[in-house]
Ligand binder design. Structure first.
Ligand code: AMP
Ligand code: MG
Length: 341
């Protein structure tokens, strides 16, 4: 798919999310803008004085981070790491923060999140759009050069073994959301919503003091699955519908890879939404949880106790942790099971 068609498709997805319930109340003066960055459509809704300049600084910040964290841009720090041939590379505090969280979540998730899967993701064609189903033997070989434990991060120095490659696609948008919120706060903004192609981050409440209504998309069609009422939260979803291709028999291959075998994770979860204070941790967790499946995810939720989640299974059931229940409204006719402590 060409970049422009893809951008348009993403724009439609983003609009669908908005149309299915995310609040864009226009009564008080609001500044809204949208742009393409980080391979997705990003929209900003900012209230208050300085809204326009604050939104512009948000956009510059997100674009700056894209330049730093992109695996394909030859000027990025990730590109530098990937072409380091085993030599140490000094990185910025931003890259350090993203890699550091990714390694932490990798450890907590038993390796479900693994930023060294880039060669495998590439082999499937997810980096170029030239899709193919690779041979398992090829995947096995590529997995020999993939293991998050091989990434060394000491202060701002990253060392990656020769022939390894990292990809921060599972975490970069979450970090960009956090930094965007920081930029808004610096300019005195207390009410805003940042939507990075499905990673939604809210600052404060709506101008009337009520919570933001954030819609979560159904993984099965363009309808709205549910609405979450939140303030000051990140809501990040990983889904099998976000990037995928189908073979001649209609079998779907999506972009979230299980590091155990190099194939798209196939454990009955079709969408994993994580709700928490920080975009970066929610983004890392949503990808990890998608790979882990519901049993391991429940265990992690109990152990960590600092996030909530909403899982959708391929047999059309919704699992929701009890902490988010009061702010959850089901818009679908799917059965809901509450996960309790
Ligand atoms: P997300 O949409 O945040 O779940 O991130 C998915 C993206 O992260 C994919 O498009 C890949 O670039 C990359 N990725 C795929 N599988 C994994 C994994 N198990 N761990 C880390 N990154 C992954
Ligand atoms: Mg993620």
């Amino acid at each position: 798919m060409s970049k422009i068609i893809k951008a348009f498709a993403l724009l439609l997805t983003a609009l669908a999310v908005t149309a299915c319930g995310t609040d864009l109340n226009t009564a008080p003066p609001v500044y809204q803008t949208g742009f393409i960055s980080m391979d997705t459509y990003i929209s900003l809704t900012v209230y208050g004085e300085n809204r326009e300049s604050a939104a512009k600084s948000c956009q510059s910040e997100i674009e700056r981070l894209e330049e730093l964290l992109s695996a394909t841009d030859s000027d990025s720090e990730v590109y530098k790491i990937n072409s380091s041939e085993g030599m140490p590379v000094t990185v910025s505090d931003d890259t350090k923060a993203v890699i550091s969280q990714a390694l932490l979540t990798a450890e907590e998730s038993g390796g479900a999140l693994d930023i060294t899967l880039r060669p495998v993701v590439k082999e499937w064609g997810f980096t170029t759009g030239e899709y193919k189903v690779p041979d398992s033997a090829v995947l096995e070989k590529l997995l020999e050069k993939a293991d998050y434990k091989a990434v060394q991060l000491k202060e701002n120095i990253v060392s990656l073994p020769k022939d390894f490659q990292i990809d921060l696609g599972a975490v970069a948008k979450g970090y960009a959301g956090d930094k965007a919120i920081e930029k808004l706060k610096e300019r005195g903004i207390t009410s805003a919503l940042v939507n990075l192609g499905g990673n939604v981050q809210t600052l404060g409440a709506k101008p009337d003091g009520t919570s933001w209504n954030v819609a979560v998309k159904s993984p099965f069609d363009e309808s709205c699955l549910c609405v979450l009422r939140v303030q000051n939260k990140a809501i990040v979803t990983s889904g099998n519908y976000e990037r995928y291709f189908e073979d001649e028999n209609g079998k779907r291959y999506h972009h979230i890879i299980d590091p155990a075998d190099g194939f798209p994770a196939d454990n009955g979860i079709v969408s994993a939404t994580v709700i928490g204070d920080k975009g970066l941790t929610c983004d890392a967790l949503s990808t990890a949880i998608f790979v882990m499946g519901s049993d391991k995810a429940e265990k992690l939720w109990r152990e960590k106790g600092d996030f909530e989640m909403l899982l959708v299974t391929d047999d059309k059931k919704i699992l929701v942790t009890e902490g988010i229940l009061d702010s959850f409204s089901n818009s679908s006719n799917m059965e809901v099971t509450v996960i309790k402590k």
